[in-house]
Design a protein around this ligand. Structure first.
Ligand code: EZ4
Ligand code: CO
Length: 409
C-alpha cells in the first residue's frame, strides 16, 4: 500500500478543528486530529507545507518508521506544533492499519483490558447553589466522577467556570477559547483562591457524600509552596486528583509539593514528549499523566509514555476537552481501553454542529465511554459539512494580577 494524498481540513463548527486525512492507493483513508487550541493554523501549515509532501509514496503500514523519520529528520525536535503534527500523522496511520485489518484500533493495541472507560465531567458554578445544580446535572447525565471548578470572591473570571462574564462579551460554556481578534483578559489572585477553594470542597462533600470521585484543575497558577499548601488543605475532602498545580515545565517543583501532601497529582496537558515527564515519573512525583494523544506524538508515543509510567504505578488521565476533536477523542478511547494502567478519561461533549461534521461511533453509557467496534478509529469526517464552517480566529484568554502583572493562565 502507498500513501497517495494527505489533505488538511480546517473547519469551525462552533470551534476550530484541524484534521489530517491520509489516502492510500487502495482507497483506504485515515484521520488524525491536529488541533492546537488558539494556534490552529501553525499546525495546518506544518502539515500542509512541510509534512504532506514527505508522505507521498510511503507505505502507511510503517508507522514506527514514519514517526521516527518525522521526529528526527525535522532536526528541530519536540514542541507543541511539531508534536501535534506528528501525532496527526501517527493517528491517521493507525486508523488506516486498523481499517486494513478490519478491526477496531484497540484490537491492534492488545485488545480490551476493561469493558468501559470511566469518564469525568466538568461541573462549575459561580456560587455553591449553581455548582450543586451543575454537579446534579452531570450525575443525571450519567457521570460518576466530577471535576469541580468554582468562582472565587474577588476574582472576576476564573478558568473552568461556565456562565461568567468575559472581557470580550463572548463565552460559550467551559470552552475557554473565544472567537475574538485579541485574547480575553482575565484576572487572578492566588491568595483569594487558596482561601476559598477548601470551603467549596467541604460544601460539596457535605452535600454529595464521601463516595463520589472529585477532581480539580489548578491550571498552572501556583508556586510549589502554594500548591503544597492547597494539597494539604484539600486532604480531608479526598480528591481523585489535583491537576496542574504548578507550571510543571519545572519538573523539580513537584518534589516540594509531593513532600507535603498526599493529595494525588495529575500533570501534563501542555506537555508533548516523554522527556517532559522524565523526572516526574522516575521519582514518582505524580499519579496521573495528563497528556493528550493529539499533542504528544500520537498513539505510538503515548503508548511508550504510559508503559514507562506503568512501571511506577502511575496511571493515565488523558486530556479530553472540546479542543480535542472527535478524532482525537476516539484515539484516546482506543488507547484507554487497551492499556493496563488506565486511570480516568476527561470527557466534555462536543456541540451538535461538531457532531454533524465528525460522525462518531463511540458511546457514553452510565458514566463509561467505549470507542465502538467499527474498523479503525470509528470516526468519519463529513467534508461537505466541514466546508460550511470556515476557520474563525480564536484565542485562549490570559491572566493579569491586580497590579497588572501577566500571570500564568
Ligand atoms: O484549558 O484544553 O483540563 N483541562 C483543561 C482544558 C484546557 C484547554 C486549553 O485549550 O485544562 O480546559
Ligand atoms: Co487541565
Amino acid at each position: 500500500m502507498k500513501i497517495v494524498a494527505a489533505d488538511i481540513i480546517v473547519t469551525s463548527p462552533d470551534r476550530n478543528f484541524v484534521t489530517l486525512k491520509i489516502t492510500t492507493d487502495e482507497g483506504i483513508t485515515g484521520l488524525g486530529d491536529a488541533t492546537l487550541n488558539g494556534r490552529e493554523l501553525s499546525v495546518a501549515s506544518y502539515l500542509r507545507d512541510h509534512v504532506a509532501p514527505l508522505l507521498m509514496g510511503r507505505d502507511p503500514h510503517r508507522i514506527e518508521d514514519t514517526w521516527q523519520f518525522l521526529y528526527r529528520s525535522a532536526y528541530w525536535r519536540r514542541g507543541p506544533v511539531t508534536m501535534a503534527a506528528i501525532a496527526a500523522v501517527d493517528v491517521a496511520l493507525w486508523d488506516i492499519k486498523a481499517k486494513a485489518a478490519g478491526m477496531p484500533l484497540y484490537q491492534l493495541l492488545g485488545g480490551a483490558s476493561r469493558t468501559g472507560i470511566m469518564a469525568y465531567g466538568h461541573a462549575s458554578g459561580r456560587d455553591i447553589p449553581e455548582l450543586f445544580d451543575s454537579i446534579r446535572r452531570h450525575l443525571d447525565e450519567g457521570f460518576r466522577s466530577i471535576r469541580v471548578q468554582t468562582s472565587v470572591p474577588g476574582i472576576n473570571a476564573v478558568y473552568g467556570v461556565a456562565a461568567q462574564p468575559s472581557s470580550t462579551g463572548q463565552r460559550y460554556d467551559y470552552e475557554p477559547a473565544q472567537r475574538t481578534p485579541l485574547p480575553a483578559e482575565e484576572d487572578w489572585d492566588t491568595r483569594a483562591y487558596l482561601r476559598h477553594l477548601p470551603s467549596v470542597f467541604e460544601a460539596v462533600r457535605g452535600e454529595f457524600g464521601p463516595e463520589l470521585p472529585l477532581l480539580h484543575d489548578g491550571h498552572h497558577r501556583m508556586t510549589p509552596i502554594q500548591a503544597a499548601k492547597l494539597g494539604k488543605a484539600l486532604e480531608p475532602y479526598d480528591l481523585f486528583w489535583l491537576e496542574d498545580c504548578t507550571p510543571a515545565e519545572n519538573q523539580e517543583a513537584l518534589r516540594l509539593v509531593r513532600q507535603h501532601t498526599t493529595t494525588p497529582l495529575a500533570i501534563g496537558e501542555v506537555f508533548n514528549t516523554v522527556w517532559d515527564y522524565q523526572t516526574l515519573i522516575r521519582e514518582q512525583l505524580i499519579d496521573y499523566v495528563r497528556s493528550a494523544v493529539t499533542h504528544t506524538g500520537g498513539i505510538t508515543a503515548m503508548r511508550k509514555l504510559l508503559d514507562f509510567a506503568a512501571q511506577y504505578q502511575i496511571k493515565s488521565g488523558i486530556h479530553g476537552p472540546t479542543d480535542i476533536s472527535p478524532v482525537g477523542m476516539a484515539a484516546a478511547l482506543h488507547l484507554d481501553l487497551a492499556i493496563h494502567n488506565f486511570g480516568i478519561q476527561e470527557y466534555m461533549k462536543h456541540t451538535p454542529l461538531a457532531n454533524e461534521v465528525f460522525r462518531q461511533s463511540f458511546t457514553f453509557t452510565d458514566g463509561y465511554l467505549h470507542p465502538g467496534d467499527q474498523p479503525g478509529l470509528g470516526v468519519e469526517l463529513d467534508e461537505e459539512a466541514a466546508a460550511r464552517f470556515p476557520y474563525e480566529p480564536a484565542y485562549l484568554p490570559f491572566n493579569r494580577l491586580k497590579d497588572g502583572t501577566v500571570h500564568d493562565w
